[in-house]
Design a binder for this molecule. Structure first.
Ligand SMILES: NC(=O)c1ccc[n+]([C@@H]2O[C@H](COP(=O)([O-])OP(=O)(O)OC[C@H]3O[C@@H](n4cnc5c(N)ncnc54)[C@H](OP(=O)(O)O)[C@@H]3O)[C@@H](O)[C@H]2O)c1
Length: 268
């Protein structure tokens, strides 16, 4: 399918790994010029070089913590300076945060809120005027299936995912007459670095039966247990949905949160 977005410019946050990197590659394959954002410059610059070399699109990388209040404006200004405008915005940066109401700390709540929700709001405020000027824009934000079906073991992530889904619809309704479509993807378990470094250790702590299991064995067992399709998702499967929602072939879906969870209605 020709997505009709060659030559457009997309900002992708959290683009140096996992779902964000897969989305950036998918866009690049359709000829989209990219502004990639993450905190760690080394991994980000390597990702940018790899994508530019493989797909021949222009790639700007900006090392930034999206939770810092001034960074969304700075990133958007850099994008506009380099490419003239921003057509597509993907709010993806973040991590999962294990723990329920008593276990998740004040610091977790603060960090997650600014990274996931405040950043999304600030990026949207920064890009919408540029999209309005051209009467074309697409915004896609990555939330979790837990925003629809919460699990107390991931209380912070899931509360913020619900807020992202709600904010998505609210913004979508406000800009619907401006040619701007705003959607979210509620991801289920998707196999990324975040699982190896963050989630699997947290699951081991919460579920003693996994203590002696290898990462590979846990991924297989959890995939079968959590997901009707019987496995974790792959980042590329989320990227394909993001590309369609962000494309010119999508003209009539807005304000929607698309579940991409292999049929799962619970997380972990
Ligand atoms: N994987 C899943 O099962 C799953 C399920 C539901 C929702 N999600 C959501 O999907 C998004 C991507 O997850 P993932 O699994 O692909 O994670 P990942 O593999 O750990 O990648 C996270 C990316 O975000 C960047 N990042 C993290 N915090 C950031 C910050 N404050 N500012 C800028 N960049 C930041 C990371 O780079 P640096 O560390 O260098 O900044 C990295 O590029 C997250 O928001 C996550 O909550 C994931």
């Amino acid at each position: 399918m020709n997505l009709g977005i060659a030559g457009k410019t997309a900002i992708v946050t959290g683009a140096s790994a996992g779902i964000g990197r897969a989305i950036a590659r998918e866009f690049a394959e359709s000829g989209v010029n990219l502004v990639l954002v993450a905190r760690g410059a080394e991994r980000l610059s390597a990702t940018a070089k790899d994508i530019a070399d493989r797909f021949g699109v222009e790639v700007l990388w900006v090392a930034a913590d999206v939770g810092d209040s001034g960074e969304p404006d700075r990133v958007v200004a850099s994008a506009v300076e380099r490419f003239g405008s921003v057509d597509i915005m993907v709010n993806n940066a973040g991590r999962a945060c294990a723990g329920g109401i008593m276990a998740a700390s004040e610091a977790d709540w603060e960090e997650m809120t600014v990274t996931k929700l405040s950043a999304m709001r600030r990026f949207c405020r920064a890009v919408i005027p540029h999209m309005r000027q051209r009467h074309w824009g697409r915004i896609v934000s990555i939330s979790s299936i837990g925003g629809i079906h919460p699990n107390y073991r991931l209380m912070v992530s899931h509360a913020l995912s619900a807020a992202i889904n709600n904010l998505t619809r609210s913004i979508a309704l406000e800009v619907a007459r401006d040619g701007i479509l705003v959607n979210a993807i509620a991801a289920g378990a998707v196999l990324t670095d975040n699982w190896a470094s963050n989630m699997l250790p947290a699951v081991r702590k919460q579920r003693p039966e996994f203590v002696n299991q290898s990462d590979e064995a846990m991924v297989k067992l959890l995939g079968e247990e959590m997901t009707p399709v019987g496995r974790f998702g792959q980042p590329e499967e989320i990227a394909a949905i993001a590309a369609f929602l962000a494309s010119d072939r999508n003209g009539f879906i807005t304000g929607h949160t698309m579940e991409a969870s292999g049929g799962a209605d619970r997380f972990m």
